[in-house]
Unconditional design. Structure first.
Lengths: 395, 137
């Protein structure tokens, strides 16, 4: 399929605080939308497409437009966990191409840290009468144990080691230390050692869910932000250069009999997105991959086609994906969920940093970056989850 | 000072999966076989993921399998599991094919290995029995 440039990211805003006591999720969303529109040089009245994952106190699609005081012609409330925003971006491009709207806004606000939300770590509620709940809660199953089991199986099948995967945490922390907001995040969340880390630091960090160490797990923060996506015609006249969305893919994956938990939904969404964009993973400069845990990045890199299944250990080892290493894509150059921002649904932050890189605004800028991928994963990597892949291009 | 005693969550069987739990109370592991394509599965849905048929029958499985993967929780997220830390979670690949999650009992966590042969054991609580696994010798 020929690459089309029908819509672009024209405005982004990442809420600067990761610990924001007394601020509501809606306040984060409203300020972020206003700032993202200002970044684009657009007005509230220009917004005619509203995309929302139902976060915040307004309650999603039924209430959000009224809360914001706008009258959109498109309302999309797709909620597929952390990948919701890649799905929203894909839908916004389609809706703009179909002439249903011209200026789409995606926003996110969360107070997970201030509310002490232990994201997805296992509820205190009794199981609902469905098979999945009945088969998780009684055993003390948690979100982290699910990801730990994916890592264990990957290690068993392919010989992947924690030492290799630590390269993901090392590269990401390096980027975080160059990002003042990430440094403040780690400081405010009282990280032990706000500094660059080594492979040994990761190996020596305490075990949370064997085989996952603490430094392989994302933070739990407050935060949020907003993205403005506009039609080509509007994008041409915005304040900053457009960042074109040239490909998208959506997928879901769930446990099947004899199901391989080392392969994710990215194996479906990735090829669809790359084919639409008419490019190969080897051409990508910036890889924004949902890093709930090291293993999430590892599995998704393989499934997106950056390396063959089972070879991600060598691919990421020793911080190879740092922004200043030539010949490899730069991974999560904002510091990622591991070291910068993870209020629960990180997908929107992947779009922010991809856009900043392709505008030349990153704190770990890759010289001449032209192409980026943002891949969000929502749900449980080793269970039911979604994958949303967005390919972005510099103007 | 009062201490909050929290019970572990237990399954709430209902609907088409009830026979699984009823058989479990008798120490038997039932699986579903699709009457259209013959594929075995756990009772996660009335619909066969292989052929989408809703026509199925129950059959008694061997209760034998191998560890497909496992993890060991070192951090507490649910107060009822405090005494168990560190505790394991496993996914077992049953001899009949389907994967069944649970815990392995009667073994040190350090001894767990992918591929280790195990068998199902039903542990009785007041109103319900739940399947766990132990290593076979």
């Amino acid at each position: 399929m020929a690459q089309e440039r029908t819509a672009a990211i024209v405005g982004v805003y990442e809420y600067p605080l990761r610990v924001a006591p007394g601020i509501s999720a809606m306040e984060v969303k409203i300020e972020s939308i206003a700032q993202a529109l200002a970044d684009a040089g657009l007005e509230w009245s220009d917004v005619d497409g509203l995309y929302d994952a139902g976060d915040g106190e307004a309650g999603g699609g039924l209430q959000l437009a009224a809360y914001l005081g706008i009258n959109p012609t498109v309302i999309d409330t797709t909620q597929v966990g952390g990948s919701s925003y890649e799905f929203h971006a894909a839908h916004a491009v389609r809706d703009i191409a179909a002439g249903k709207c011209k200026v789409a806004v995606l926003s996110y606000g969360s107070t997970s840290a201030s509310n002490r939300v232990a994201i997805g770590t296992g509820g205190r509620v009794s199981p609902a009468p469905n098979w999945q709940q009945n088969m998780e809660s009684p055993y003390g199953s948690t979100l982290i144990s699910n990801y730990a089991m994916v890592k264990q199986r990957h290690m068993h099948e392919y010989g992947t080691t924690t030492e290799q995967l630590a390269g993901i945490s090392v590269a990401t922390r390096k980027h975080a230390m160059r990002n003042p907001e990430a440094v403040k995040a780690m400081t405010d969340l009282q990280f032990v050692g706000v500094r660059e880390i080594t492979v040994e630091d990761v190996l020596e960090s305490r075990i949370v869910a064997d085989p996952l160490h603490l430094l392989e797990c994302c933070m739990i923060s407050d935060g949020g932000g907003a993205v403005v996506i506009a039609s080509a015609e509007i994008a041409r006249n915005c304040k900053k250069p457009p960042v074109w969305i040239i490909g998208s893919g959506e997928a879901t994956k769930y446990l099947e009999n004899n199901g391989d938990i080392t392969t994710s939904a990215a194996a479906q969404s990735g090829p669809i997105a790359f084919q639409e964009a008419g490019i190969n993973p080897s051409e990508i400069d910036i890889a924004m991959i949902y890093d709930s845990f090291s293993i999430t990045v590892a599995v998704c890199l393989e499934d997106l086609g950056f390396c063959a299944k089972g070879e991600v250990g060598d691919y990421v080892a020793n911080g190879r994906l740092a922004f200043d290493v030539k010949g490899t894509p730069a991974l999560n150059t904002d510091g990622g969920g591991l070291s910068s921002n993870h209020p629960g649904m990180r997908g929107i932050f992947l779009l922010f940093e991809a856009a900043r890189q392709l505008r030349g605004e990153s704190t770990s800028q890759v010289e001449g970056a032209k192409l980026a991928v943002a891949h969000g994963n929502g749900g449980l990597l080793g269970g039911t989850h979604t994958g949303g892949t967005i390919i972005l291009a510099k103007d | 000072m009062t201490e909050e005693i929290v019970d572990k969550p237990l399954p709430s069987p209902s609907g088409f999966a009830e026979p699984f739990w009823e058989a479990g109370a008798e120490g038997r592991l039932l699986l579903i076989r699709c009457k259209s394509c013959n594929e075995s599965r756990v009772p996660s849905s009335e619909v066969c993921p292989n052929c989408l048929s809703v026509d199925f029958e129950w059959y008694e499985a061997s209760g034998l399998g191998v560890i497909y993967t496992y993890g060991v929780m070192h951090r507490l997220y649910h107060p009822a599991f405090e005494q168990d830390l560190p505790y394991n979670l496993v996914v077992v690949e049953l001899q009949e094919g389907p994967h069944l999650p649970g815990n392995i009992i009667g073994i040190e966590n350090d001894a767990l290995r992918v591929g280790m042969p195990v068998q199902v054991v039903w542990q009785k609580y007041s109103d319900i029995s739940i399947p766990r696994f132990q290593a076979t010798t």
